[in-house]
Design a protein around this ligand. Structure first.
Ligand code: C2E
Ligand code: MG
Ligand code: MG
Ligand code: MG
Length: 286
């Protein structure tokens, strides 16, 4: 199940970075101007309650609209941003934009919906992080319970004392906290149980293998059961097939995120979808 581990983590890109192809160098150069030139945008992928079908939150996913290349995916440029330190200002932009967007949604009546932001390792270790998040919440006026923070299992276990310290501050501020890509970091849930996480996202690589490999079904079941006994809400990433959904319902996973429901959406598309859902639920109430 860990066989496509390399795809979503930074190892592959670190190797590419050290070879420094001209393409990568030129990409890094244009990345330096991308913020000033307002080339970043956020997509939003809904997270759906497996039982009620309700949208419980949106994950903000960063895109770069490169002037020549078009839309560039984050797994291409985030490792570059991480290596060059540009991730700090870019990540701050993401936090601010996601909070602004959710504040707009909340004000329009789309309440009780979190927007989740991914924090990269360097961003998580940035000394001003907690202050920055507090300032952004204050400036945008978003209530802290509507900004969710996702860090990967790998980031979380790198330095448990450090992670505990930061996450406890976030918890005190009232932010929901999620472990992302769980299962790829070779840690155990027992090591993570001291951290104040609320949500656990089971990595897409497991869901992908679910229908092909019986053992994977057992692993997912074990993660869900153990996670639940630790009081975590369980979210399955990358659900594409109805067979996967059926299995996840059977083992009582809480939420699902994946192409079976929604691909990442532009903010306009996301707004339309929430609006339609609200209309529908209002008419059902009558
Ligand atoms: P992630 O946080 O695990 O996000 C989930 C990724 O899985 C997203 O890819 C999403 O589009 C994709 N996905 C969701 N459902 C499905 C599905 O059913 N099938 C398939 N094949 N894919 C699905 P995306 O948007 O390309 O982002 C990739 C990674 O880049 C993210 O993984 C996250 O680690 C990172 N990332 C994205 N936005 C940001 C950001 O603002 N800051 C940081 N630091 N990292 C980000
Ligand atoms: Mg994520
Ligand atoms: Mg993930
Ligand atoms: Mg991932």
């Amino acid at each position: 199940y860990a066989k496509d581990k390399g795809r979503n983590n930074y190892q592959f890109y670190q190797t590419s970075l050290s070879t420094r192809t001209p393409e990568l160098l030129s990409l890094e150069k244009s990345l330096r101007h991308a913020l000033d030139r307002k080339e970043f945008l956020l997509y939003y992928q809904p997270k759906v309650n497996i039982l009620t079908g309700e949208i419980t939150g949106m994950e903000a996913l960063l895109r770069w609209h490169h002037p020549e290349m078009g839309i560039v995916a984050p797994n291409i440029f985030i490792p570059l941003a991480e290596a060059s330190g540009l991730i700090v200002p870019i990540g701050e932009w993401v936090l601010r934009e996601a909070c602004k967007q959710n504040k707009t949604w909340q004000d329009a009546g789309f309440s009780l919906m979190t927007v989740a932001v991914n924090l990269s390792p360097k961003q998580f270790h940035q000394p001003q992080l907690v202050e920055t998040v507090a300032e952004i919440l204050k400036t945008t006026g978003l209530a802290p319970e509507y900004l969710e923070i996702e860090i990967t299992e790998t980031t979380a276990i790198e330095n448990l004392d450090f992670t505990t310290n930061i996450l406890k501050q976030f918890e005190q501020m009232g932010l929901p906290l999620a472990i992302d890509d769980f299962g790829t970091g070779y840690s155990s849930l027992s090591r993570l149980q001291t951290l104040p996480f609320h949500n656990l996202k089971i990595d897409r690589s497991f869901i992908k293998e679910l229908t092909a490999d019986d053992k994977v079904a057992h692993i997912i079941t074990a993660i869900v059961n153990l996670g639940r006994s630790l009081g975590l809400r369980l979210i399955a990433e990358g659900v594409e097939k109805s067979e996967e959904l059926d299995f996840l319902k059977l083992i009582q996973c809480d939420d699902v995120q994946g192409y079976l429901f929604y691909k990442p959406l532009s903010s306009q598309q996301a707004t339309e979808i929430i609006r339609e859902r609200i209309k529908k639920s209002n008419s059902q109430d009558l």
